[in-house]
Design a protein around this ligand. Structure first.
Ligand SMILES: [Zn+2]
Length: 463
């Protein structure tokens, strides 16, 4: 009955390979930062004991939210002798951008390949590290285990936060990699990276940021140190309090008007002028996704929401406060129209017609088509010399959208783009009109009403 399946003992887990299965539960395509090609199986990483089937290990260089990249002359990447690139991790076929402008992998991660038995590598201790001597100083640079690539080579993040500039000089001059190598903020580098590279860089920078910001125990104030190959930290007190990397859930929602014809978008003061996007906010403690959506929409616009459907998600390692967020993409059904902007949080919130949003999505599609016809259509060539018309940059596209439509929406790197796209291209209302339902109470009133319905009754009513 299991014809064709290998025995469980020989199976490897890869999110990238499992995606066709995972996709079936949501409506949006896999998002940027998802689809990490590394095998991250936690029990396997916990049992890492320094031994390796492969002669080499691979180090992704990070400093908090910065990651080491190099300009890529073309797709593919070469895994060369001393220092190699990550393109070989299997970029082929993974770069089909899900709608909108395609991603041109103009840069790649600059990983370092070291012999697994290199005497400067300590892979056996609790706090694994690389000893790097520069001038008179010997740095113990922390390593965090990320997983195994498709060749079963162990891959680590090498955290150079404590000697960022010196290490970059070393890569450029000491290793002879030249000025094409840079430590770049991940958010800024994202448009240039392949999907695989972005996912690995997201994991590596998230871990680096978490380690850098958790050097003291939140329970007793003692210093902490990385343990279990950097999978967690532990305080040095006798109590040995444990800390694990955390992810903050954020709801992001496209709110459909009661008649199904309009969608609610807003902007806060920090956004680039002209950009309107889905409302969003952190999930509060002990709050469901549905409740968070209703509360956030009410807080920012005073619009009431009834139905909520989760339609996709996106890891977001470049979160607002240096954290790794998980964006929970939702469609929400409004039960009221009137907008009262909460100016403490938002500069503007307003309804947009479906046609307006279709036009805003079309701006990205037009730019993608233009970019493809300008030489990037092959997906693997990238030899774009001699092209007559340069492809439109995202900034140019947004400027054009602002001129023609009066606003623009975020690029396809963000899940908000895909929420807007999915809704705008959907024929008719997202939430089918049904029997009139009573308006959902405002969050402040909901608590008072909740006491009148016994949980058993609520569950039975749903069945
Ligand atoms: Zn402690």
């Amino acid at each position: 009955m299991d014809a064709g399946l290998p025995p469980a003992s020989s199976m490897r887990f890869s999110l990238a390979e499992a995606q066709p299965l995972l996709q079936s539960s949501t409506l949006l395509p896999p998002q940027h930062f998802s689809g990490n090609p590394l095998d991250r199986t936690y029990d396997k990483r916990r049992k890492f004991d320094g031994t390796s089937k492969q002669e080499e290990v691979s180090l992704v260089v990070v400093a908090a939210r910065e990651v080491c990249i190099r300009e890529s002359p073309g797709a593919g990447g070469s895994a060369s002798s001393q220092s190699g690139a990550f393109g070989g991790a299997g970029a082929g076929g993974q770069n089909t951008s899900a709608g909108g402008a395609s991603v041109t992998a103009a840069a790649d991660l600059q990983a370092l390949l070291l012999s697994a038995t290199d005497p400067e590598l300590d892979l056996n201790s609790e706090s694994i590290c690389l000893t790097w001597v520069y001038g008179d100083v010997a740095y113990q640079l922390p390593l965090y285990l990320l997983g195994q690539d498709r060749t079963e080579r162990w891959t680590f993040a090498l955290d150079v936060s404590d000697c960022r500039s010196a290490f970059l000089d070393f890569l450029r001059e000491g290793c002879g990699l030249g000025s094409g190598v840079a430590l770049s903020d991940l958010r800024a580098a994202l448009p240039q990276l392949s999907r695989d590279a972005a996912a690995i860089a997201g994991q590596a920078t998230s871990l680096s940021q978490w380690h850098q910001s958790h050097k003291f125990c939140p329970r007793c104030g003692s210093p902490t140190a990385p343990v279990e190959s950097g999978l967690r930290r532990q305080c040095v007190s006798e109590a040995g309090h444990k800390q694990y990397p955390r992810t903050d859930p954020v709801v992001i929602m496209l709110v459909e008007s009661p008649d199904g014809r309009r969608a609610l978008l807003g902007r806060n003061r920090k956004f680039t002028p002209g950009m309107y996007t889905c409302l969003s906010g952190f999930v509060d403690q002990c709050e469901s996704v549905e409740e968070a959506v209703r509360r956030e929409v009410f807080e920012e616009s005073r619009v009431l929401v009834a139905g909520v459907a989760v339609v996709g998600s996106q890891p977001w390692p470049v979160g607002r406060y240096g954290g790794c967020e998980l964006m929970l993409g939702c469609m929400a059904q409004a039960r009221s129209y009137e907008v009262l902007v909460n100016t403490d949080e938002m500069e503007d919130v307003q309804w947009y017609d479906k046609d307006e949003l279709r036009a805003a999505v079309q701006m990205y599609d037009n730019a993608a088509a233009q970019s493809a016809s300008a030489g990037g259509a092959g997906g693997g060539g990238g030899e774009g010399e001699g092209v007559a018309e340069a492809p439109m940059s995202v900034a140019q596209l947004q400027e054009a959208s602002l001129e023609q439509l009066g606003f623009f929406i975020p690029p396809p790197l963000a899940i908000a783009h895909h929420l807007i796209r999915a809704w705008a291209l959907h024929e008719g209302p997202w939430f089918p009109p049904g029997p009139p339902t009573p308006p959902a109470p405002a969050p402040a009133l909901a608590a008072a009403a909740a006491g009148s319905v016994a949980p058993e009754d609520g569950a039975a009513a749903k069945l």
